[in-house]
Write a protein that binds this ligand. Structure first.
Ligand SMILES: [Zn+2]
Length: 343
C-alpha cells in the first residue's frame, strides 16, 4: 500500500496541465525586470509538477483601442524573450511539440488570448497571431468588443446580443486554422451561438459551475452539457469557487469538479486555475476598488493559491475518493485528448 504522498508523486509523474494563467500580463506589468519567469514562477511550476500552461494575452482597459494590438505584441515579445532565456520552458505550437517537451522534461507553454481586442475588427490579424503561436482564444473578457459581449459577474443582466458579423467570421477562421475556441467569459447568447456555428470539441479554459456561484460569467448546467456533448473540457477555476469567503475552500473546488463530472462524466473536467492573487496584490488600492465594483471580489483559496499548491488538490481528490484513473484525467489526460484533436 502506497502512502498518499507516494501516490501523489506517481500521479504527478506525467505532469499537471493548467489551461489558464495570466503570465503574459504579468510579464508586461514587470517589464523592465529580467528573468521574471525564472525568479517568480518557475520554482512554483516545478513544485507543482506543471507540464503545460495555457498563457493568456490580456489587455487591460486602459490600453483598449489602438494600443491593444501594441500591448498584446509586447506581451508576446516579452514571453518569447523570457522563454528563450529559460531552458526549462518551451513555447509549443503543435501537439508533437507538446509531446517532445514532455519527453525532454520541459514545461510547455501554449499561447492563448483572453478577449479578442488586440485584433480590433481585422480578421487577417488572427492568422498573424496564429503564426506567433496562438492556439486558443476566448472572444471576450467581461467587456463588449468588436466580436462579442462578455458575461457579467451577476446572475442576470449581461448584454443580450450574440456575436457580431466579425465575431462569426472569427469563429469560422479559428476552426479553419486550428485555434481552440474557449467559451470562458462569453455571455449566454454568445455561448449558444458559438456552439451552433462550430463542430468538434469546445473548451471552457477557466470557469466554475453556476450551481455554486451563480453569475453569468460562470456556466450553467445546460452549458456544461453542451460542452460535454461536444467532447470538450471545462477547466475549473480556483478564484471564483464561491461568493462567500468562508465557502471558498479546496473542498468546494472539488465540489465543482464533482458537479461537472456528474453532468457530463469525468472526461469533461480539467484545470484552469487562473491563479492571480499576485496580480491582485499589485493593483493600487483605488484601482482594486474599481475592479471589485465592476467585476467581483475574488476569494482566493489559501491552500490552492499558486502552482506550488497543485499537490494539495491531488491529495484532496484522493481523500474524496477519486480513482487514479480519474485523477490523471483531471490533472492532464482530458486536456491532452482535446489538444491532440485540435492542434
Ligand atoms: Zn478570465
Amino acid at each position: 500500500m502506497k502512502t498518499t504522498e507516494a501516490r501523489i508523486s506517481h500521479l504527478h509523474a506525467g505532469g499537471v496541465i493548467d489551461l489558464h494563467f495570466d503570465l503574459p500580463l504579468s510579464l508586461f506589468l514587470s517589464r523592465g525586470r529580467r528573468n521574471v519567469i525564472a525568479t517568480d514562477f518557475l520554482p512554483e511550476f516545478e513544485t507543482g509538477d506543471m507540464s503545460l500552461l495555457g498563457v493568456a494575452l490580456y489587455v487591460e482597459d486602459e490600453y483598449l483601442g489602438e494600443q491593444a494590438l501594441r500591448v498584446a505584441l509586447d506581451q508576446v515579445a516579452l514571453l518569447k524573450s523570457e522563454v528563450e532565456n529559460t531552458p526549462r520552458l518551451v513555447l509549443c505550437r503543435t501537439f508533437a511539440e507538446i509531446e517532445k517537451a514532455r519527453e525532454a522534461d520541459r514545461i510547455a507553454l501554449l499561447l492563448t488570448m483572453e478577449g479578442a481586442e488586440p485584433l480590433g475588427d481585422d480578421l487577417n490579424l488572427l492568422s498573424i497571431f496564429h503564426e506567433l503561436g496562438l492556439r486558443a482564444i476566448s472572444l471576450t473578457h467581461a467587456r463588449e468588443n468588436a466580436a462579442a459581449a462578455g458575461g457579467i459577474f451577476a446572475a442576470s443582466g449581461s448584454p443580450a446580443r450574440g456575436l457580431t458579423t466579425f465575431g462569426r467570421e472569427l469563429v469560422r477562421e479559428c476552426q479553419r486554422l486550428g485555434i481552440m475556441l474557449d467559451l470562458a467569459h462569453i455571455n449566454p447568447s454568445g455561448f449558444a451561438e458559438i456552439c451552433a456555428l462550430t463542430t468538434g470539441p469546445l473548451i471552457v479554459s477557466h470557469s466554475n459551475a453556476r450551481r455554486y456561484y451563480d453569475m453569468e460569467r460562470n456556466i450553467s448546467d445546460e452549458q456544461i452539457e453542451l460542452i460535454g456533448a461536444r467532447g470538450g473540457v471545462i477547466g475549473i477555476n480556483a478564484i471564483l469557487v464561491s461568493p462567500k469567503q468562508e465557502e471558498a475552500t479546496l473542498d468546494r473546488y472539488v465540489d465543482h469538479i464533482e458537479h461537472v463530472a456528474g453532468l457530463i462524466g469525468i472526461d469533461g473536467v480539467g484545470i484552469g486555475f487562473d491563479f492571480c492573487e499576485f496580480l491582485w496584490r499589485q493593483v493600487p488600492d483605488a484601482e482594486r476598488e474599481a475592479l471589485q465594483a465592476k467585476l467581483t471580489t475574488p476569494h482566493f483559496l489559501p491552500d490552492l493559491g499558486n502552482h506550488s499548491h497543485a499537490r494539495n488538490l491531488t491529495r484532496k481528490l484522493i481523500e474524496r475518493g477519486f480513482s487514479d484513473e480519474q485523477i490523471e484525467k483531471i490533472l492532464r489526460g482530458n486536456w491532452v485528448r482535446v489538444l491532440r484533436q485540435i492542434l
